[in-house]
Design a protein. Structure first.
Length: 445
């Protein structure tokens, strides 16, 4: 291997050289979304960060298997479906489609396998049974719990004491548990959540953590290369995954644990109750996907990211500058890559350094073919036709809304010819419309 990838491993707290278990089949698992609502910018960051890592791994190795799950059974899903008066499957299917649409707009490549929790209930039941048989699970009041006292390395990933973690996190208090840190593997149906599957422990549903242990085992085996996710998942989710997988398989699950930093909005923690919460779709009404993607990559993946409109405007200015240089230039496809950009990414995915490299190369009029192809391949940027870029990215939001209301009037008057004309006009300006029961939604292509 000509190139060496160095990456920060949360498990060892240091930057390590990445050495795969099998260089002919590299395995990566990343915790995916819980599909009850539109993706917010905190969901977009891991999708983009691990997409860059996936692209890099695909360059370095022949075969990379990237598994990212869909959590489609959860109390939040049940509540959201109930409040919308639709079935759970209708909600999860719709939300999954919206997640795909939003991540595609950010130039995120499809993953190799995207398993859904509800399609793996039998696997989950077998996995829990193995944990019980190996002495790490116990049944109490129709619940199955994991006994954390049976796993010596619990909390090794977060590098904290169990007491610290329990005090800092919301841990479910229950008389059913032997230890306050024990967590649920299977819970029974109740009035709050009356939907469930038959199991040896009664009708119920799996806890959240167990689906990742089960599905990563099914698709990547008992020990694989990389496990990723946002840093907010380190405790309890990833600690619990490690404990469950060790109890079932007697293996330490994954060699490299990679986490992206928090996302803040206007310098405060993102939260629905504080009102500083933004969905990817909302941002796509103001900036196109490539701009959002660059804004996410301008901060190193491990640092906290402060997402605000200044950052987006800065990203747009950078892309405008780059596309301006590309105007009227013919870019040929080439497999050749720029080594400065590649080396920056090999150095713990240093995307800010890569962006700096691109800026100076554009300034110095370097080989644009290699530069653009490298950007497209690894960073998923500069993918557009430069003429379209300028034609489309300066469209005013008010004008779009005006056209949409004109189209609605035309539809009301059954003037479908006019409605189609407006749709085509918007499409020409890279604006895509989607008619939904709650009105016409739009996004920049
Ligand atoms: Zn997970």
């Amino acid at each position: 291997m000509q190139y060496k990838l160095k990456i920060y491993n949360t498990l060892s707290n240091k930057i390590e050289e990445f050495i795969p278990i099998n260089a002919n089949c590299v395995g990566m698992y990343v915790c995916g979304p819980t599909v009850y609502d539109r993706a917010h910018i905190g969901n977009a960051r891991p999708a983009v960060v691990f997409d860059v890592l996936y692209r890099l791994l695909q360059y370095l190795y022949n075969n990379v298997k990237y598994v990212r799950n869909i959590t489609d059974v959860d109390d939040k899903i049940y509540k959201a479906a109930k409040s919308k008066n639709i079935s759970i499957s209708e909600l999860t299917e719709k939300t999954t489609k919206m997640y795909h649409g939003d991540t595609e707009a950010l130039n995120v490549l499809p993953v190799t396998i995207e398993p859904k929790a509800t399609e793996h209930i039998n696997d989950i039941i077998e996995f829990i049974q193995r944990i019980i048989d190996n002495g790490s699970g116990y049944i109490s009041n129709n619940h199955v719990y994991f006994d954390i006292s049976t796993f010596n390395n619990y909390c090794k990933l977060s590098n904290k004491t169990l007491e610290d973690l329990i005090n800092g996190a919301r841990i479910e208090v229950s008389q059913n548990k032997r230890h306050p840190g024990d967590f649920v593997l299977w819970k029974p149906i109740d009035t709050e959540f009356p939907i469930g599957w038959d199991s040896p422990w009664g009708k119920g549903r799996p806890g959240w953590h167990i689906e990742c242990s089960t599905m990563s085992y099914k698709y990547l085996g008992s020990k694989f290369d990389i496990h990723g996710g946002g840093c907010d998942l380190i405790f309890p989710h990833h600690e619990n995954e490690i404990a469950q997988s060790y109890a079932a398989n007697k293996q330490l699950m994954a060699n490299y644990w990679i986490h992206n930093g928090h996302v803040m909005i206007n310098c405060t923690k993102m939260s629905k109750s504080l009102g500083n919460f933004c969905t990817v779709r909302e941002i796509l009404n103001k900036f196109n996907g490539e701009t959002i993607r660059l804004a996410l990559l301008m901060t190193h993946y491990r640092s906290p990211l402060n997402f605000c409109s200044d950052l987006l405007q800065q990203a747009k200015n950078i892309l405008d500058k780059w596309y301006k240089v590309l105007l009227d230039k013919e870019i040929q496809d080439t497999k050749q890559v720029d080594t400065d950009i590649l080396n920056s990414l090999l150095d713990d995915l240093n995307t800010p350094q890569a962006i700096y490299n691109i800026s100076s190369m554009i300034k110095n009029n370097s080989n644009l073919n290699i530069l653009v192809n490298t950007c497209r391949r690894f960073l998923g940027i500069l993918t557009k036709n430069p003429n379209n870029w300028f034609h489309c990215s300066n469209i005013n939001e008010d004008w779009v809304l005006e056209q949409i209301s004109l189209r609605n009037i035309a539809k009301k008057n059954k003037d479908y010819k006019e409605a189609d004309r407006i749709r085509s006009l918007l499409l020409e300006k890279c604006i895509e419309l989607e008619d939904t029961p709650s009105g016409t939604q739009w996004k920049r292509k």
